[in-house]
Design a protein around this ligand. Sequence first.
Ligand code: ARG
Length: 377
Amino acid sequence: MEILQLRSTAAHVWTAAKEFIRLHHRENPEAGDPYDRLAVVWKEIEETGTYRHTPQELVHGARVAWRNSNRCIGRLYWNSLRVRDHRDLTGADDIAAQCAEHLREATNDGRVRPTITVFAPDTPDRPGPVIWNEQLIRYAGYGPEHGMQGDPRNRGFTEGVRRLGWPGGPGTPFDVLPLVVQGCDDKPRWFELPPDAVLEVPIEHPEGDHWRDLGLRWHAVPAISNMCLEIGGVRYSAAPFNGWYMGTEIGARNLGDTDRYNLLPTVARRLGLDTSSDRTLWKDRSLVELNRAVLHSFDRDGVTITDHHTESRRFLTHLDREEQKGRTVGADWSWIVPPISGSATPVFHRTYDTTESSPAYVQSPEAQARAQGTDLV
Ligand code: ARG
């Protein structure tokens, strides 16, 4: 009956809000009686079409959204996510400055801390701010007219930012892209990241000089910036979050994929491997050495990184812990199993429940288009 009193969008918000507030109070008994809180939320939705989370609700919602990320192998520490509450910020300058500060705090001189910064949510009268970049730190990709340099994944985005007026970086394979932030009621604008916000690790092989001259490097912190945080019917479109890297993300995928840095042929040549036939397994051997180099280099610099064996074990610990609490863990096998040595890790040898739950981090089709630079003037 009560739902009939609300416009249909508000009715959706109320349905999702009820579910979330109940979850929050079930998992945090010290939050008190859910009925008192639900009465306040109902009134706010009736009057404004939305409601404001308490700081505790925001923290728990962001953490549970991580717990519900079926593609993430690193969820054991979901309950220690640090939440930076910047819901008061709607303007591009302030948001860009707080993204840089996020990176400084998350990097923590190499002892990486899982962190999220939450900016203003969408409201019924206006969409919230958005960050166009896929991650806060990404490397530019230059096409044939600029010497085919950098990360091919970010070519569309790089062209888009140039159209916005970014002059381009020095033209190395690892030029850090500027942030592109769109404040409320504003156009997207670009901001160079301050160098002290971006820690990078030069990648060298533990035995010898095979490729020091290539100048390989990667950034310390993976901070996804174009997924929306959805909690109880409220959508935070700008809510960049980070964990720490698992070595294979860099050593197997970013540096190895043929449509990324495509380094396996170069590495094989440097190692003196026979590349005349796939059956010499030169790709496999190069992958292993590249991954050793990534782990070795992060360790050398005291920067947090995990390996796929450790992380697989931790994931199974996470499953056990959650089951003991009476919760099922959703997981996507094709994302959880590491891209090298899958069957040598325990996560390979089982199946998972694929149910999706809320709160969640979700990616909109518009966010994907923005990361391609398609809509940048
Ligand atoms: N795979 C992405 C990258 O290589 C990062 C995704 C998030 N990873 C993480 N460890 N939190 O940049």
